[in-house]
Design a protein around this ligand. Structure first.
Ligand code: ADP
Length: 319
């Protein structure tokens, strides 16, 4: 069952179409990623899901409810991550947990939650004195304190060192395993590839692709890169005619072919047929990075975005 349904969502700030016809559905129990470069429209999309912005067109439903009209009920189902500026620097971890628990009719007990997130030793520490990773863990705790069915985490690991980022990833997996659906906004490929069950790639306000990480990589025209130095030159035409070969390049004495698994087998057969030895043969898998570039490049070619700001592009306050 879909817990979040977004259909034909549009939101403009003045002349800038930040979100331009976005549709996706998040199934209960999954980690759903919204991946895209800065300025793609990710935050605007999730702010509409959270009921913090009013869409210009399209519909958003959270467990069947309208996040603007049924805001109160939606806040009990959907836990949103706070921004740093939302917390007083002098508030201690314990005070923040107690304060936010008081906002909900049936909050989670904050003690086990603090324990689970490794915050127990920091209960008397003021927010301003926490490290980046500790602040993020507190934000996760506050997003979970109302016992939500779905939690929205926006650029949670930005600014964290690699160790703290990996710890946060484990926490996100634990949240999903405890039955809470996660809507994760990120511009880190590795994070999306590692954590998400499905990903909507957003670029220039539109969904460029929606699939599992493996599906997105497979969808790319060049999921495998084959490179080698042949013991004697090969016929370019014959190489270009290999099945599924997306591109063939000769770089000095090396041949580099982008293709699929099928291309690898065909290259080996061709080498055997011509009794050519391949020195330093390398076969590497494309990553989500490659797939992302491939997917967003197509989008760039077909739909150039209006980059120029106008007088109408005034910052808009959230509701
Ligand atoms: P992302 O989260 O992917 O970085 P955003 O949703 O924040 O993207 O922004 C999408 C576009 O909308 C950008 O061009 C951004 O400059 C613009 N934008 C975002 N928030 C505002 C705002 N409050 N007022 C005006 N323009 C905004």
């Amino acid at each position: 069952m879909a817990i979040i349904e977004v259909t034909g969502l549009r939101k403009a700030y003045g002349a800038t179409a930040a979100v331009d016809g976005v549709s996706f559905a998040v199934e209960e129990g999954e980690i759903f990623g919204i991946l895209g470069p800065n300025g793609a429209g990710k935050t605007t999309t999730v702010e509409c899901v959270e009921g913090l912005r009013i869409p210009d067109a399209g519909t958003v439903r959270v467990a069947g409810l309208d996040p603007v009209a049924d805001h109160e009920r939606v806040t009990r189902i959907l836990g949103a991550q706070l921004q740093e500026s939302d917390l007083q620097p002098k508030l201690t971890v314990r005070e923040a947990l107690e304060l936010y628990a008081a906002f909900y009719p049936k909050p989670a007990d904050w003690r086990p939650l603090a324990e689970r997130l490794g915050l127990t030793p920091k209960l008397t520490t003021r927010f301003a004195k926490l490290s980046g990773g500790q602040k993020q863990r507190l934000f996760i705790a506050l997003a979970l304190i109302g016992n939500p069915r779905v939690v929205v985490l926006d650029e949670l690991t930005t600014g964290l060192d690699p160790r703290a980022r990996r710890d946060t990833w484990s926490l996100i997996e634990e949240i999903r395993d405890s039955g809470v659906t996660v809507l994760l906004v990120t511009h880190f490929m590795e994070e999306a590839q590692r954590l998400c069950d499905r990903i909507a790639v957003i670029d220039k306000g539109k969904v460029a692709a929606l699939d599992s990480p493996a599906g997105l990589i497979g969808r790319s025209t060049a999921s495998t890169v084959i490179s080698f130095t042949p013991s004697r030159p090969l016929d370019d035409q014959e190489l270009a005619g290999l099945p599924q070969a997306a591109s063939v390049e000769t770089k000095g004495d090396r041949v580099v072919i982008n293709g699929t698994d099928e291309t690898v087998n065909a290259v080996i057969s061709l080498l055997v047929r011509h009794r050519v030895t391949a020195h330093q043969l390398r076969v590497t898998e494309a990553t989500l990075d490659d797939a992302f570039l491939d997917l967003t490049e197509t989008e760039t070619a077909s739909a150039p975005a209006a980059e120029t700001a106008t007088d109408a592009d005034q910052p808009e306050e959230r509701v």
